[in-house]
Design a protein around this ligand. Sequence first.
Ligand SMILES: [Zn+2]
Length: 150
Amino acid sequence: MARVGDAMLTVTRVVHASALLDFGGARILTDPWLPETRFYRPGEPRAFVTAADPPELSVVISHGHYGHCDLDALVRYPDKSVPFAVVPGLADTVRAAGFPNVVELAPWWSTHLGPVEVTAAPASHGVLEVIFVLRADGHTVFFGAEALLV
Ligand SMILES: [Zn+2]
């Protein structure tokens, strides 16, 4: 956990590219990956144990690789109105997982997840991917996901 400035922004590493960003109570989970299978373990402690545990949140997903888009784990999350901002082409998959509140962001498109402005930026990764710049309350977070910079 890292605190920045007057503690209005808290960044908690979950695992891999997954982090919980807390902009003064507006929480955003990046690239969820919560593996609990016998053969696929994160290899490090997680900030929370299961997908049912995180507090009220929003979700951003950079691309559809399993290690960044673990919708099987998020299906257990009880609040299906959780807003998602995702790479283009992933919205139908998120909706099929039971989360209807999803917007796709092409590079340089923006949306708001609560008070947080989320802007997608171009990335290169062998599959379609976007990275994100998240801003609220004078704080800016760059989330580079798993991208090569272009
Ligand atoms: Zn990937």
